[in-house]
Design a protein around this ligand. Structure first.
Ligand code: ADP
Ligand code: MG
Length: 573
């Protein structure tokens, strides 16, 4: 009698099946030896594979899917230098508390320490950039390690996880009967705050004179939009979103005090901090930007975060959505509501009005070249209210954040906690992949400084290859922070070579970035006036299949409106 042929499975197939078992839907990467077969196996298993042009962008994209959907995506890369490029994305995801799985091939298990091709201490390296970093000891061990990586990326404070795949595992086969795939890990368990602290928090709020709610991207991660909105409305509290906390409660909500940000922070006596760290983005919670004795009610999923920089008046350890519901429940038992006719509300409203008038005056200037405010004013007029806005750059991101509104949660992606430049195109590709499936009519708008665009400009080819109708707007001021117009540049070069005399901040004047897009079949627009800008925006929005790039020339010396405090990137200049 002939023996029946034993059914076998390769390492690449085990990786793919283990990811599918954990409900991983997207993989972004760049293939090469030894991971080509992993990408193919993933596609065969039903995972959407997006081939990118640089591992950095691939990793940024995968991390953005994690934030947008709550389930991690995979960044797949080759060993050594491939993985090292991806470290930027791992670090950025971990800093942002976004779930992510990085999978890299590595040199063959039996060649370790021999000087193998692209050999590098990958597991050790990734430990610094992740919550979990491991190499399976055998093919049989792969599914459990992948389950642990996926679970770890979403449980507790979310973050990046790394799984190393030795090159010789990829095509090695074992009997199918030897492989067990663990069930899909359950959604993260929900943790609740101590009721004593909940009670104390409400007591502190009730005794406040000038309360403020700060909504961070942890609130967006927690999908706490409904509970937070109800709490803000039921209590009549002013709220301020952080850059990526924008949209958890809509920017046009009457309780939003973004336009009086500095004043709100400086004068609040009680702050309910919902999923935001007191790091540089919030000026460490310290004077001169905050009151010396401000009472902070801190809500966070990470116990180690509680008390960083400021000793909290109440510490609510738990999931934001669940804790906000606890707060709501306690609040409902009383009829307390912060009075809408308080001096605090009057002062905040007056400040908002004055700041909006200032901004409008700048936005309506008609001189050419345009300034930032004029450009963003026209962009704001044309954008659909449900679009996802990706943004990076210095002034482009800072001014854009104040001018462009978000009406829905998780609809703004930017340089984030780590202040990373180069994230924009990867994030936009991720957002377009997710919306393509979930709500195809939704648009992704990627607002880039000209310098920021340069970090990952070749990803426009990826956008064209996958027919993603992303609209990239490059706000072009010929430089980093600021640059020179063409005449000044030419005049300057008469006295020497650029490497000797050109300020390190300057980039080539009038660069035609839109031609990078047309090179691959996308639409390109070179824009100098408000009319040209409006037309380009309308045409780009009408285009449903291919991406567009609108290159908007602005005054190279255009700047932010005068600030009471220097903030963000300019503080060290
Ligand atoms: P922002 O940049 O908006 O200021 P940060 O990234 O600094 O926000 O802070 C987000 C915080 O939210 C982190 O401290 C993180 O631990 C916390 N966090 C993330 N997810 C949750 C969640 N589901 N529930 C509670 N806190 C969360
Ligand atoms: Mg610039």
């Amino acid at each position: 009698m002939m023996a029946t042929l034993e059914e076998t499975v390769t390492g690449a197939q085990i990786v793919a099946e283990a990811l599918v078992a954990q409900n991983v839907k997207y993989m972004f990467g760049i293939v090469g030896i030894p991971v080509i077969e992993v990408a193919i196996a993933a596609q065969v298993a039903g995972i959407k594979y997006v081939g990118m042009r640089n591992e950095q962008a691939a990793c940024y994209a995968a991390s953005a899917v994690g934030y947008l959907t709550g389930r991690p995506a995979v960044c797949l890369c080759v060993s050594g230098p491939g993985l090292i490029n991806a470290l930027s994305g791992m670090a950025n995801a971990n800093m942002n508390c976004w779930p992510l799985i990085v999978l890299a091939g590595s040199s063959d298990a039996n060649q370790e320490t021999m000087g193998a091709f692209q050999e590098f201490p990958q597991v050790e390296t990734c430990r610094l950039y992740s919550k979990f970093s491991a190499r399976p000891s055998s093919l049989e061990a792969i599914p459990n390690i992948i389950e642990k990586a996926v679970r770890t990326s979403i449980y507790g404070r979310p973050g990046a996880c790394y799984v190393d795949i030795p090159g010789d595992f990829v095509n090695k086969s074992i009997s199918t009967s030897n492989v067990r795939y663990p069930d899909c890990c359950l959604p993260a368990p929900i943790s609740l705050a101590d009721t004593f602290e909940v009670h104390k928090a409400l007591q502190i709020l009730k005794n406040s004179h000038q309360p403020l709610v700060i909504i961070g991207k942890g609130a967006a991660s927690s999908r706490a939009e409904n509970s937070i909105r109800r709490f803000v409305e039921d209590c009549g509290l002013p709220f301020l979103p952080t850059p990526m906390g924008k949209g958890v409660v809509p920017d046009n909500h009457p309780n939003c005090v973004s336009a009086a940000r500095s004043s709100a922070l400086k004068n609040a006596d009680v702050i309910l901090l919902l999923g935001a760290r007191l790091n540089w983005i919030l000026h460490f919670g310290l004077p001169p930007r905050f009151q010396e004795n401000v009472n902070i009610i801190q809500v966070d999923i990470c116990a180690e975060e509680l008390g960083n920089n400021v000793k909290p008046a109440a510490s609510l350890l738990g999931d934001i959505d669940a804790v906000t519901k606890q707060l709501l429940e306690h609040q409902r038992r009383t009829t307390w509501k912060y009075p809408s006719d308080s001096t605090w509300w009057k002062n905040l409203r007056a400040k908002i009005k004055a700041n909006e008038e200032n901004t409008n005056a700048l936005a309506l200037q008609t001189s050419l070249p345009m300034n930032y405010y004029t450009v963003f004013h026209h962009v704001r007029e044309e954008l659909p209210s449900n679009c996802i806005i990706v943004s990076e750059g210095a002034n482009t991101m800072d001014i854009g954040r104040t001018m462009l509104q978000n009406y829905q949660p998780r609809h703004r992606l930017d340089a984030g906690t780590f202040g990373t430049m180069g994230v924009g195109l990867g994030f936009a590709i991720a957002a377009a992949m997710v919306t393509k499936e979930q709500s195809p009519e939704q648009r992704v708008i990627c607002v880039e400084g000209d310098s920021a665009f340069g970090f990952s400009g070749m990803e426009v080819e990826t956008m064209c290859r996958y027919n993603l109708p992303i609209i990239i707007i490059v706000i072009n001021n010929n430089g980093i922070y600021s640059g020179f117009d063409e005449d000044t540049w030419a005049e300057m070069l008469k006295s020497g070579d650029p490497e000797s005399i050109a300020p390190p901040l300057s980039l080539k004047p009038n660069a035609h970035y839109e031609q990078v897009m047309t090179a691959f079949g996308g639409k390109g627009y070179f824009v100098r006036t408000p009319d040209e800008l409006q037309l380009a925006l309308k045409q780009s929005l009408a285009e449903k299949r291919v991406p567009s790039l609108i290159n908007v020339m602005i005054d190279p010396q255009s700047d932010r409106k005068k600030q009471e405090f220097h903030w963000l990137t300019r503080s060290n200049l």
